[in-house]
Design a protein. Structure first.
Length: 252
């Protein structure tokens, strides 16, 4: 899981980060200290869960939670605070859990496991909503489309879909890993899924989609998932959300 800690106290962030990074279910921990940075990270990164303090310097964590929940595919929220009187309001914001400061390792672990279980349960419903083309066998995928104009480095470059090995969303930008170079442009993965719907691309993570013809190797990964090695040695994780479809398409 990729988690975000939102707290205006550096020591509190450090303490919680130390605890979270000790669990095998946690892939990465990011940090934010206010509403603006929180919303930017949640919209730009593939965040699975947010540990959110209720009392921030200039705003209420409850208000931040409300704005997060208004986003498309919002991450799950766990409130981490020293104030227990806000518990009811926290759950009114669809909080997954509510943990108290000072942090107790066992209680943090319980929250992490609850979050992890909820994400696993979400897998089935997410897979049911994925495009039908992703559920086809490689031999049934449509023929590729024509070259796509991509605006990068102050000019348009024509790129053939077969030359795109992988696409990643990172900090609000789209990174295209081509067979001979890397391009950075704007957009969302959802837009690129639509652009490449006639090509053998597969969404494998909230942050990645890959061209299946450029897969060099598939390695078993933690939590019964996989890591894909592309033809240029680029390593890409397959998240549990897309695992079932990945195995169907690849034939595992």
């Amino acid at each position: 899981m990729r988690l975000l800690i939102v707290d205006d106290e550096p020591l509190a962030r450090h303490e919680l980060r130390y605890l979270l990074e000790g669990f095998e279910q946690v892939e990465q921990v990011l940090e934010a200290d206010d509403e603006a940075s929180t919303l930017a990270i949640v919209q730009d990164e593939a965040i699975d869960g947010v540990f959110l303090d209720i009392h921030l310097t200039a705003e209420s964590g409850l208000d931040v939670a409300k704005k997060i929940n208004q986003l498309d595919q919002p991450p799950m929220i766990i409130f981490a605070t020293a104030y227990d009187e806000y518990a009811l309001k926290a759950f009114e914001r669809n909080a997954r859990d509510y943990i108290m400061k000072p942090f107790d390792q066992a209680r943090v672990k319980q929250a992490v496991m609850k979050l992890h279980k909820a994400l696993e349960q979400q897998t089935v419903s997410d897979a049911a909503l994925e495009p039908a083309t992703l559920q086809q066998k490689p031999t049934e995928l449509p023929l590729e489309s024509a070259a796509i104009p991509i605006y990068s480095d102050d000019r348009f470059q024509l790129v053939k879909p077969r030359d795109i090995m992988a696409i990643e969303v990172q900090q609000g930008s789209i990174i295209l890993y081509l067979t001979n170079k890397v391009l950075t442009t704007q957009g969302t993965l959802k837009e690129w899924e639509e652009k490449l719907s006639n090509d053998p691309f597969l969404r494998v993570h909230r942050s990645y989609m890959i061209h299946i013809d450029h897969i060099k190797e598939i390695q078993p990964w933690f939590n019964n998932t996989y890591q894909v090695i592309m033809s240029d040695e680029l390593k890409i994780p397959v998240s549990r959300t897309y695992l079932k479809t990945f195995k169907q398409v690849i034939g595992l």
